[in-house]
Design a protein around this ligand. Sequence first.
Ligand code: SF4
Length: 210
Amino acid sequence: MNRRNYQRELETIIEDAGAKGQVPSLFLHSCCAPCSSYVLEYLSQYFSITLFYYNPNIYPPEEYEKRVEEQERLIRDQPHLHPVKFLAGTYEPQRFFAAAKGHEKDKEGGERCFRCYELRLREAAKAAAKGGYDYFTTTLSISPLKNAEKLNEIGEAVAAEYKVAYLPSDFKKKGGYQRSVELSKEYGLYRQNYCGCVYSRDMLDTPGHL
Ligand code: SF4
């Protein structure tokens, strides 16, 4: 079976909207300022974006606060062709712990992470449908540690459930991850050394952890 090229699919949607002179609205779930830096730089040329910060996985609460502040600071400081608005989700870590139950010891990239993706994408799809946005997607695929196929599969499944269009994407393509590292330096962004949850933080001490 041919693997899908999510970047190419995204480019086709952008080209089609451009040919019609449209600037679609995009509800963009973001995991953190560094990952969103490239995605905002790229997509704000073509979409009117509302960035949604919903990450109940992040631990501890002080780390969550720090990441939210950096996210808002980036939106303020970075120039965008089309406006970028910010919407904070609710911090509800109990939902993440419930979703991760039984998978606390999984390695990063396993079933716990798929549940974590779904929790965040589901909330984004629900809010995007309620807000009447043209599309929703997530910045998560920019990370070399994140499974783009799984993210797009989950994104499309929850999109169908809530009747909202999912924007296919794999932001690590076209040097996206490298550009996010450059932009993080340029804006002096706080770059955390663990994915977000308590398990990924504690695994930093595990030999062989990336
Ligand atoms: S490692 Fe990252 S993606 Fe996986 S469960 Fe933890 S916070 Fe979520």
